[in-house]
Design a protein around this ligand. Sequence first.
Ligand code: 4NP
Length: 160
Amino acid sequence: MIPAPRVEGRYAVALVCLGNICRSPMADVVLQQRLQERLAGRDGVEVRSAGTGDWHVGHPMDERAAATLREHGYDPSRHRAQQVSPDWLDTFDLVLAMDESNLRDLGGRSDRVRLFRDFDPVGTGGEVPDPYYGGDEGFEEVLAMVERTADALVEELRDQ
Ligand code: 4NP
């Protein structure tokens, strides 16, 4: 179950990782694509992504993340990294962290601040591992988790 929207008729989801160039932008692109496909015409759901760190602000997605998305038919080109702003905690309906460390950096878990993979039907409550320092297979693994979890999240959002 996801918490009720703060404002009726709109639901805002934030996806947060460390750098906002790998995991949360991949989740952002996949979730937006799924929403387009499954909730066509419902523009009441807003999705944004950000990093807890500021090193990559303004940069496009990591080239390996972008390549993995393109190979699977998604368009990564519009992404530019941004840093999460503290007021997101008061404005978004749901803030989903990719790992426990992101969750701590956001100030900890609450009704509205949770792990993204709390919605993953496989390995519920796990972390999305940081692929930045690893090989290409890490990005494929992240995409598989993100696709599964986005599907489940769309089902929850459909009920709002
Ligand atoms: P992300 O991956 O949090 O999934 O975007 C990372 C990107 C950059 C760095 C670490 C993780 N970095 O240290 O610059």
